[in-house]
Design a protein around this ligand. Structure first.
Ligand code: TXE
Length: 480
């Protein structure tokens, strides 16, 4: 069975410990590969390699760096099917989803930052006829990039691309639950012309390998995506070391549907925004608020569409919902469905584990679940479930639904359905989150600031924001 390796100083190497962790295929519940159980020794070697490579990479002509990142994106594109299959087997998502979203977006992430880095500029501030100020942006040094299991290569590249394009060298750790596509990317680095030590990938547990990256004194910036609790632990370690921190954390996103919405589009898109990727996207709309005038009509149409979603083997093209990423996460989701019942919720559809049988008999599958009758402030409606579970409830006024929407510790994304332009602007100004989609969902322009407020994180990714995060700004003032 395959034992994937770390990428350190341009070499694919075993962990110092010689130990490996089991990697499960969530659709079969079977171990299908092993990943390095790396520790602080592997991280130390990776950071040293990144430090040694920093002068060459940061001083390289940006056009040359850009060409290398474009070549890497082209090699992933050329191996799209292989990457998509690997992502589907590792994460449990349908292979058609990996092929149409995850892997193409990883290609776009690398290409976007390879080109964006050619168009950065800085300002000057002239002090009448006496002095000139100009700003210099220089790469921070070694960047630590830690990514989650829900969109593995999509979010892994969303971090390493701006870091590398900014001229930083990188020590990256994908989730130990979904390491495979990062490993496949590491196999392409030499062919892409990535100089040794520029990108290092160390696999292992968050609490051991991840923490070793966060706490290493030579790692100048940490870009993290994952759970809010984990973000807190990382901040406690990194803040006193005065590292730059970018934290993309959890969400409990409101999906607000007014009576004047385009009804068919709102229903159809809400099914996607509720259950895409098994509901394991932090941007999913897990709390659906519907204006009372259309509540019953929307509820009926929405539940009817949800009941048609096929749950099954991620390798089958007709599976719309695949496997939950791990046994532990499946148990967590089922515990929230149980909690919802205890809190007075009514399960309108779904609510149970599914056994597709055959080779998937031991896989982790949950039916798409819609719950009504809960209060806005119960735990089910306040805590992130991160699975195929949504709650629906009616509202009467804008003030009422705003108070519901803004009532959680999170502030990542919101979706708003109305044809009333003034209301769209008014509500968007008052909803406490970093991203608002009006009459659409997950329509993404990579130039836009991406991220949340409150418990959803600190800082923004996307566009030139992400490049600037991986740089230090310096002001030079020259007297004439
Ligand atoms: O997070 P974890 P998960 C959120 C999503 C959900 C969570 C799912 O809402 O809450 O992330 O991802 C490593 N020191 N978002 O369960 O456990 C771990 O090994 C250093 C929001 O994976 O936090 C993995 O590589 N590292 C986001 C990574 O952190 C540690 C989009 C994430 O693991 C660590 C996607 C530690 N102490 C998911 N503990 C958004 N806002 O865009 C764990 N890790």
């Amino acid at each position: 069975m395959q034992k994937i390796q770390n990428l350190i100083n341009g070499e694919l190497v075993a962990p110092q410990s010689g130990e490996y962790l089991e990697n499960f295929n969530p659709a079969t519940g079977e171990v299908y590969s092993f990943i390095p159980d790396s520790d602080e020794r592997d991280v130390a070697n990776a950071v040293k390699a990144a430090k040694d490579a920093f002068p060459l990479w940061s001083n390289m002509q940006k056009e040359k760096r850009s060409a290398i990142l474009i070549r890497l994106s082209e090699l992933i594109q050329k191996n799209l099917d292989k990457f998509a299959l690997a992502e589907s087997i590792d994460n449990g998502k349908p292979v058609w989803l990996a092929k149409s979203v995850d892997i193409p977006r990883a290609v776009s992430n690398l290409h976007f930052y390879a080109t964006a880095s050619l168009h950065t500029h800085t300002e000057t501030h002239a002090m009448e006829a006496t002095a000139l100020n100009y700003t210099l942006n220089t790469p921070v040094g070694v960047a630590g990039c830690i990514s989650p299991w829900n969109l593995p290569l999509y979010l892994f590249t969303w971090k390493i691309a701006p870091a590398l394009a900014a001229g930083c060298t990188v020590v990256a750790k994908p989730s130990e639950i979904t390491p495979m596509t990062a490993y496949l990317l590491s196999e392409l680095c030499e062919e892409a012309g990535v100089p040794k030590g520029v990108l290092n990938i160390v696999h292992g547990l968050g609490t051991k390998t991840g923490m070793a990256i966060v706490s290493h004194p030579d790692v100048a910036a940490i870009s993290f995506t994952g759970g809010t609790k984990t973000g807190e632990v990382i901040a406690r370690t990194a803040a006193p070391m005065f590292k730059k921190l970018s934290l993309e954390l959890g969400g409990k996103n409101p999906n607000i549907i007014f009576g004047d919405a385009d009804f068919e589009k709102a229903v159809h898109t809400s099914v996607r925004s509720s259950f895409s990727n098994q509901g394991e996207i932090c941007l999913c709309g897990s709390r659906i608020f519907i204006e009372r005038s259309i509540y019953e009509k929307f509820k009926t149409a929405f539940v009817d569409e949800v009941k048609k979603l096929k749950v099954g083997d991620p390798l089958n093209d007709d599976s719309w919902i695949g496997a939950i990423v791990s046994k532990q996460h499946k148990e967590k989701i089922l515990s929230y469905i149980k909690l919802a019942r205890e809190e007075g919720g009514t399960i309108l559809c779904g609510g149970e584990e599914i056994n597709p049988g055959g080779k998937n008999a031991k896989g982790y599958f949950i039916s798409p679940t819609v719950i009504e009758g809960l209060s806005f402030d119960c735990r089910t409606n306040q805590e992130e479930i991160f699975g195929p579970v949504v709650s629906i409830m009616p509202f009467d006024t804008e003030e009422e639904v705003l108070s519901y929407a803004n009532s959680t510790q999170y502030g990542l994304a919101a979706t708003l359905w109305t044809q009333n332009l003034s209301r769209a602007h008014r509500m968007s100004a008052k909803i406490q989150c970093g991203i608002i989609w009006v009459n659409c969902w997950l329509l993404r322009d990579l130039r836009t600031p991406f991220g949340g407020m409150k418990g959803s994180g600190v800082g923004r990714e996307g566009g030139f924001e992400a490049l600037k995060f991986f740089m230090e700004e310096k002001n030079v003032c020259i007297k004439f």
